[in-house]
Design a protein around this ligand. Structure first.
Ligand code: NDP
Length: 258
């Protein structure tokens, strides 16, 4: 037994890097992982917002490091990992969460915007996952949680590059499993449904779309960011040590009926 009863979800002594954790779902998951005992490395591209989030968590007594970088900037990603190495901070848990979305029909979509969504939501998860795994493999353990979406499994109109990126996240998670599970690393994904964050504010404010979400989701409401915490802590902890290559949907039942 690697974990005693009562310690299954304990992350004491672990360090979690959560990309895009200055706000939204990443921030909620960082809070949850810290609550379970982990030190957290917060990330975002906006330095001011990141500093504010880190200060709030420190005030709440959490151990927080800051790594401000754009997840699409490979040199900055590598420099951030080297800076963590230099401080003796080893990432035990990586949550690839940073992402963007905007709505535009494909016939109106520029190739540059297509690339930007793929690079932010998918390529970054490969690059950051690779940097993390290069350090986890020699230690023989690590937990990687990639954030997918309902669109990992169901295409929606006007979000084509997002849908392709999130479908890619599901297969990247399996590819990571194929290569890294033999080294003691679990890679899994979470597929959130319609959650109340900045990303969706315009949709919440659109009465027609809002009514569609609340009417169509079997739970009859939007999800709250903190409702991802249980799944994130589970996938980060010893409780999931034999769970590999899965995507767990946290969507109020939406995918079941979409
Ligand atoms: P938000 O827009 O609320 O927050 C996005 C976070 O990602 C911010 O912390 C932002 O940092 C960061 N970020 C964005 N681009 C970059 C970048 N290039 N480099 C570094 N950080 C970046 O999004 P959500 O919290 O809603 O979404 C988080 C993840 O969950 C995304 O991958 C999203 O696709 C996914 N998701 C969200 C759903 C939802 O309903 N909200 C549903 C399904 C999946 P900064 O503050 O610096 O801009």
């Amino acid at each position: 037994m690697t974990a005693m009863k009562g310690q299954l979800f304990d992350l004491t002594g672990r360090t979690a890097l959560v990309t895009g954790s200055s706000r939204g779902l990443g921030r909620a998951m960082a809070e949850g992982l810290a609550e379970a005992g982990a030190a957290v490395v917060l990330n975002g591209a906006d330095a001011g917002r990141l500093r504010e989030a880190a200060a709030e968590m420190r005030t709440a007594g959490r151990t927080v490091h800051e790594a401000c970088f754009d997840v699409t900037d490979e040199a900055a990603v590598i420099a951030a990992f080297e800076a963590l190495d230099a401080q003796g901070i080893a990432v035990d848990i990586l949550v690839n969460n940073a992402g963007i979305q905007f709505r535009r029909p494909m016939v109106e979509l520029d190739t540059a915007d297509w690339r930007r969504v793929i690079e932010t939501n998918l390529t970054s998860a490969f690059v950051i996952g690779r940097e993390a795994a290069r350090r986890m493999i020699p230690r023989g353990r690590g937990k990687i949680i990639n954030i997918g979406s309902l669109t990992s499994d169901a295409a929606r109109a006007t979000v084509a590059p997002y849908t392709v990126a999130k479908g890619g996240i599901k297969m990247l998670t399996r590819a990571m499993t194929a290569e890294w599970a033999p080294h003691g690393i679990q890679a899994n994904a979470i597929g959130p449904g319609y959650m109340l964050t900045d990303m969706n504010q315009a949709l919440v404010d659109d009465p027609k779309f809002n009514a569609w979400v609340t009417g169509r989701t079997p739970s009859r409401r939007w999800g709250r960011p903190e409702e991802l915490i249980g799944t994130a802590v589970f996938l980060a902890s010893a409780a999931s040590d034999y769970v590999n290559g899965q995507i767990i949907y946290v969507d109020g039942g939406m995918l079941a009926v979409l």
